[in-house]
Design a binder for this molecule. Structure first.
Ligand SMILES: O=P(O)(O)OC[C@@H](O)[C@@H](O)c1c[nH]c2ccccc12
Length: 259
């Protein structure tokens, strides 16, 4: 089994546990369920384009930073111009939790992406109830038909969809209801990172698709390169999080991109 298969296997168990503890009705009755969401499509175009991530650990890097508080970090991300925040909610492999979104929701006014491995519609209800605005749908975890159904449900719930692809084959998962397409430079099966990846696949997207380059953006040059290639968004995690002070790392990065 590759790591993605292991994650999905574990995720199925997690979802079935959650379903037995919290019913769909309870999710629908929760505090944030009826809230108006923020649009990442809008903020990507009106702010820096950076979707800054809060990530404590990952299967490829191990512990990145488990000492900082989500609120402190994401508040700074917002303050210094992030278009959106990505928060890993997977516990077993990324050290995240639903709490990480719940506790910052009322403190920031930019979109939050629930970053997890979505394989069941129940997780879309969860995403709405924890205060997310956008969900990540990873093509490698879903069929094209599921992608379409999940997208429709997400929209009914007022959530936007970021579809993540990594191969040309996965373009089959695209449908015109999808809000944004992210191209992951990291192969989730072997963790290899290559920025050329997003550039090549981007050319195959339908014109005017809002595109996000994901992973492996570690320098201003990387960022400028992808920006010049026409990307609208840039999903960055490790570069900020590996710093003892991610807030400062973000501030400096933004400062250096605008001079
Ligand atoms: O830390 P990086 O290399 O800047 O990458 C961020 C983000 O793209 C990455 O965390 C990511 C992209 N797609 C994912 C899917 C699942 C888990 C994590 C991811």
């Amino acid at each position: 089994m590759n790591i993605l298969d292991t994650i999905i296997y574990t995720k199925k168990q997690e979802i079935s546990d959650s379903k037995s503890k919290i019913s769909l009705h309870q999710l629908i009755d929760s505090e944030f369920f009826g809230r108006e969401t923020f649009s990442l499509k809008e903020t990507l175009q009106s702010k820096s384009g950076i979707i800054a991530e809060f990530k404590r650990q990952s299967p490829s890097k191990g512990i990145i930073n488990d000492k900082v508080s989500p609120l402190k970090v994401v508040s700074a991300y917002e303050h210094f111009g992030a278009s959106g925040i990505s928060i890993l909610t997977d516990k077993d492999f990324f050290g995240g939790s639903f709490e990480d979104i719940l506790q910052v929701r009322n403190q920031i006014n930019i979109p939050i992406l629930r970053k997890d491995f979505m394989i069941d519609e129940y997780q879309l209800y969860e995403a709405k109830s924890m205060g997310a605005d956008v969900v990540l749908l990873i093509a490698a975890c879903l069929s094209p038909q599921q992608t379409l159904e999940f997208t429709e449900l997400a929209h009914e719930l007022g959530l936007e969809v970021l579809l993540e692809i990594h191969t040309e084959e996965e373009l089959k998962h695209y449908n015109s209801s999808i809000d944004l397409v992210g191209i992951n430079n990291r192969n989730l099966k072997d963790f290899k990172v290559d920025l050329q990846h997003s550039v090549q696949l981007k050319n195959l997207l339908p014109e005017n698709t809002l595109s996000v380059a994901e992973s492996g953006i570690y320098t201003i040059d990387n960022f400028n390169y992808l920006k010049n290639k026409g990307f609208d968004g840039f999903l960055m995690g490790e570069y900020f999080m590996r710093n003892t002070n991610p807030a400062k790392a973000f501030e400096e990065f933004i400062f250096n991109t605008t001079i």
